[in-house]
Design a protein around this ligand. Structure first.
Ligand SMILES: *Cc1c(COP(=O)(O)O)cnc(C)c1O
Length: 403
């Protein structure tokens, strides 16, 4: 069986994790600090806070911005449920908008969805392909949209407009107009979950890029305490001789990353461009070459003059098929011992959101993308021979169903 996306774990990873274990310091400490600095440098920004998931990072930022009941947060209908769930946790309303043929949120649809209750937009770089950030950043700064904005907290007053909080769970390493994700919007959150491009088993990173008068260095310190019960000192600092006394500044959360997990990320990030992204691009190119020669396939766009993907998910679409046919094709692919997947089931089709009144009929592009999509395996240890097996399995399955 060819699996869908196992993590890359080798002797180097195991050595660094072992070193963390042997160091006697396993929770948040020097390795987390190092990973934060490495991610910041990689993204070309000054401050990054590592947390235990992308979900926790998004929620921490929504809460920092004072998002609460009665507020609206605009998200794409086509994403993983985390993007919406964190909004629900805050008591606010996720306002879903449709996406485009490239799977990403449609900026014109965002414009139409903005009201005087909109506090945040969460664009999602689906499959690792960056959203239209120039248009989104311009939109939130448009005078009539700024005028609509109702500041209710000090942070909202300071920014004076809708916060752009990127869900970059898929897109570390992607480029938009020559700049890495992480530095493209006010705040960006990566995921280091086990299936993601860069993993720490579970984990995430908050990239701070807020404009003046915000001080991202001060915000870093605040978020470090917010992610650890609002405690004025973390366990590592408290360990230092005579430094035992601490204070609690607010009823904070508990979502800090551990040094054991950071150890995996440190190894991965150091070789991310030269090994991981290089390999992923080769796999993407091989798939696109194989599927471009037959008219029934729609291959994804992952590189343009402006945008370069992080090659996270290869979302192949089959032209003119129904959802039922797509499911049948997938079944045949599984029978050839190849694991495939679908990214994603649009949120309005999931029970919880359907029961809250969201209707898939309002998101025709999201549904069309979903109903014809099959995500192919992409990971570091997928060999060229395995890539060929995937291609053969897909073509055979499509021929069986479309005969
Ligand atoms: C994986 C994923 C998340 C959640 O990441 P965690 O680190 O598991 O919290 C959020 N958004 C998208 C689009 C994802 O794919």
């Amino acid at each position: 069986m060819i699996p869908f996306s196992p993590p890359r774990i080798d002797d180097k990873t195991i050595e660094e994790v072992t070193a963390a274990l042997r160091s006697g310091w396993i929770t948040t400490g020097p390795r987390v600090k190092r990973l934060e600095e490495m991610v910041a440098q990689y993204c070309g920004i000054s401050h990054v806070v590592c947390v235990n998931s992308n979900s926790a990072g998004l929620e921490l930022m929504l809460r920092w911005y004072g998002v609460k009941e009665g507020d609206e947060v605009i998200i794409p209908a086509y994403t993983y449920t985390a993007t919406a769930n964190v909004v629900v946790h805050c008591g606010a309303t996720p306002v879903m908008v449709d996406v485009k043929d490239d799977f990403n949120i449609d900026v014109e649809k965002i414009r139409k969805a903005i009201t005087d209750r909109t506090k945040v937009i969460i664009p999602v770089d689906i499959a690792g392909y960056p959203c239209d950030y120039e248009e989104i950043n311009k939109l939130v700064r448009t005078p009539e949209i700024v005028k609509l904005f109702q500041s209710e907290t000090e942070e909202q007053q300071q920014l004076g407009r809708i916060l752009v909080l990127s869900d970059a769970a898929h897109s570390i390493g992607a480029y938009y107009r020559g700049k890495h994700t992480g530095g493209l919007t006010d705040v960006t959150v990566f995921s280091f979950h086990a299936v993601k491009n860069l993993t720490t088993a579970e984990g995430g990173a908050i990239c701070l890029n807020l404009p003046a008068p915000f001080d991202n260095g001060e915000l870093y310190k605040l978020l470090k305490t917010k992610s650890l019960h609002g405690q004025s000192k973390d366990a590592f600092s408290k360990m230092q001789i005579g430094n035992w006394r601490y204070d609690v500044l607010e009823a904070g959360y508990k979502c800090n990353m551990t040094d054991i997990l950071a150890a995996i990320g440190i190894v991965e990030l150091a070789r991310y461009d030269s090994e991981m992204l290089k390999r992923r691009k080769e796999i993407f190119d091989a798939y696109s070459q194989a599927f471009s020669d037959e008219a029934c396939y729609q291959v994804p766009v992952y590189e343009t003059k402006e945008k370069v993907s992080s090659y996270h998910v290869y979302p192949l679409r089959i032209k003119g098929i129904t959802e039922v046919q797509r499911d049948e094709i997938m079944q045949h692919i599984f029978e050839s011992e190849v694991a495939v997947n679908v990214h994603f089931i649009p949120l309005p089709m999931l029970s919880y959101y359907k029961n809250r009144g969201y209707q898939i009929a309002h998101y025709p592009v999201a549904y069309d993308n979903f109903s014809r999509e099959i995500s192919l395996p992409v990971y570091y240890d997928l060999t060229p021979e395995m890539v060929q097996m995937v291609i053969v399995a897909v073509k055979k399955a499509v021929a069986q169903v479309m005969k």
